[in-house]
Design a protein around this ligand. Structure first.
Ligand code: PLO
Length: 413
C-alpha cells in the first residue's frame, strides 16, 4: 500500500491516548496517519478543520476513495464498518444530504428536544433509584458507572425517540459493543453489521405497515417534496441515529464525571453554583470528546492546505478529523489546552460536534441528556468518588470513539 514513511501509526488498542493525542498535535495542523495499515490525512487544528469541513471538494461518498476503488482497502480492514455503510445522511452531501437529514435535524432542535425532558428525567431517576437500592445492600462497594448509569440512559432515550422497543435494547448494546471494539474478529464484525442492518430494515417494513408515533415512522411517511426516502435510506438513518445517539453520549457523561472527580476543587465550584453545568459539559466536550477520530471524507480534487506549508490532499485521498487533538489545539485554546478547566475563557468554542453541513444533528439532545444526568447524579450521591487512582482508568480498544473501559466509583452512601 502507498504508505508514506512518516505516517503516525494510530494504536487500535488505545493504550496511551494522551500520548497519542500529543504526538498528533506535534505532527502539525494536518499530517499523515496510518490507520491499521491504511494511510490517510489527519486534521488536528481547529481553523483548518473548520475550513475543510465546509469545503465541498471533500465528500462522504466512499466511491471517491482511491484505495477503495482500487481494491486495496477491502472488507478485511477492521475499520471498514465506519466508512462502507448503508446510505444515510452520514454518507451523502449536497441536495441528497439535505433530503436525508432535514427532517431529523428539525426533530432535534433545542426547542423540540425539550419535549423529551420529562422522559429523560424519568429514566435518570429510575437508574439512580436502582443504584441507590444496590448501594444500600452493599454499602461502600465499587460500582462501575458505565453499565449502571452512563450506558443505559442514552440508549433508552434514542430508542424511544426512534421507536425502537425497549426490549431491543440489550441486543443493541451487545451488537454495537462488538461492532466498535477492535478486539472483535473481523468475520464477527461483518456478521454484526449485517445483523444490525437486517434488524433495522425489518423494523422499517413493520412501521411502514403500521406507523407509530416516532421519528422513524415520520421519516417513512415524509414526502420531502416528492423525493421521499427509500426503506433502505430510512433504515440507514435509523441505524446512524442509534449508533451515534448512544455511543457518543455515554462518553460525554463519563468524561464529565471523570473530569469532576479528578478535579475536586472544580466539582466544589459547580456544586455551590459558581460555575454552571453547561460549562462542565462544554469543557468535557473539548477536553475529552466522545469522538476521537471521525472517519472519513474523500477529496474529489487536489486540495492545497496553505496553513500547513502547502500540503496537497490529493484527489482520492481520505481525511480524518481528529477531534480529540483538535480540542487540545494549543494555538487555538492556549498553552493549557491539556488541562480540564471549567472556568476557561473560551469554554464552548470547541468543535466536538463537528462543523458545516454534517454538524451533529443530535447535539442539543446530548447536551440535554448530560445536563439532566450530571446534576442528578451528584445530587443523589454527594459523596461520589473514584474507586481507583485516575492513572488506572483505561480506554477501551475502540480507535474512533472515546470509550472508557469502566469508571469505577464508590457512591458514598
Ligand atoms: C456506525 C455503523 C453504521 O453502519 C453507520 C454509521 C452511521 C453513523 C456513524 C456511525 C456508523 C459511527 C459513529 C458515528 C456515527 C455518526 C456520528 C457518530 C461516526 C459509522 C460519531 C460522531 O461518533
Amino acid at each position: 500500500m502507498n504508505q508514506s514513511p512518516s505516517a503516525l501509526a494510530i494504536d487500535p488498542l488505545v493504550k496511551d491516548l494522551d500520548g497519542e493525542t500529543a504526538r498528533l498535535r506535534a505532527a502539525g495542523p494536518i499530517a499523515r496517519i496510518d490507520l491499521l495499515g491504511v494511510p490517510a490525512w489527519t486534521v488536528t487544528s481547529q481553523p483548518v478543520a473548520r475550513r475543510l469541513l465546509t469545503d465541498s471538494r471533500l465528500v462522504k461518498d466512499i466511491n471517491q476513495w482511491g484505495l477503495f476503488a482500487s481494491g486495496e482497502v477491502t472488507h478485511a480492514w477492521p475499520l471498514i464498518g465506519m466508512v462502507d455503510v448503508p446510505p444515510s445522511m452520514f454518507t451523502t452531501d449536497g441536495a441528497e444530504h439535505r433530503r436525508l437529514r432535514t427532517k431529523i435535524a428539525q426533530a432535534l432542535t433545542a426547542r423540540r428536544v425539550e419535549e423529551l425532558r420529562p422522559a429523560i428525567e424519568g429514566y435518570t431517576t429510575r437508574l439512580l433509584d436502582e443504584m441507590a437500592a444496590q448501594a444500600k445492600e452493599t454499602p461502600g462497594a465499587t460500582v462501575d458507572l458505565k453499565p449502571v448509569f452512563a450506558g443505559p440512559l442514552p440508549m433508552a432515550v434514542v430508542c424511544s425517540l426512534m421507536g425502537v422497543p425497549e426490549s431491543e435494547i440489550p441486543r443493541q448494546m451487545r451488537l454495537w459493543k462488538a461492532f466498535f471494539s477492535l478486539l472483535t474478529p473481523q468475520e464477527e464484525r461483518l456478521a454484526v453489521m449485517a445483523e444490525v442492518y437486517g434488524i433495522f430494515l425489518d423494523m422499517v417494513r413493520e412501521k411502514k405497515a403500521a406507523p407509530g408515533d416516532d421519528l422513524t415512522s415520520a421519516l417513512i411517511l415524509a414526502d420531502e417534496g416528492g423525493a421521499p426516502m427509500s426503506q433502505e435510506e430510512v433504515a440507514g438513518n435509523l441505524q446512524s441515529m442509534i449508533a451515534a445517539g448512544h455511543e457518543t453520549t455515554i462518553s460525554l457523561i463519563l468524561s464529565a464525571v471523570r473530569g469532576l472527580l479528578t478535579h475536586p476543587d472544580q466539582l466544589a465550584m459547580v456544586l455551590d453554583g459558581q460555575v454552571s453545568w453547561e460549562a462542565v459539559i462544554e469543557e468535557a466536550l473539548r477536553w475529552d470528546p466522545p469522538v476521537t477520530h471521525l472517519l472519513m471524507r474523500f477529496a474529489t480534487e487536489d486540495i492545497v492546505v496553505a496553513e500547513a506549508g502547502g500540503f496537497v490532499i490529493e484527489k482520492g485521498e481520505g481525511v480524518v478529523m481528529s477531534y480529540r487533538a483538535i480540542g487540545r489545539d494549543t494555538e487555538f485554546h492556549g498553552p493549557d489546552a491539556d488541562s480540564f478547566d471549567i472556568t476557561r475563557a473560551d469554554a464552548g468554542r470547541h468543535i466536538a460536534f463537528g462543523h458545516g453541513p454534517h454538524i451533529c444533528p443530535g447535539a442539543a439532545l446530548s447536551r440535554l441528556e448530560a445536563a439532566i444526568a450530571l446534576p442528578a447524579l451528584f445530587a443523589r450521591f454527594p459523596g461520589l468518588r473514584l474507586a481507583v487512582p485516575s492513572q488506572e482508568l483505561r480506554k477501551a480498544p475502540v480507535l474512533t470513539q472515546n470509550d472508557l473501559e469502566a469508571l469505577p466509583v464508590v457512591l458514598g452512601v
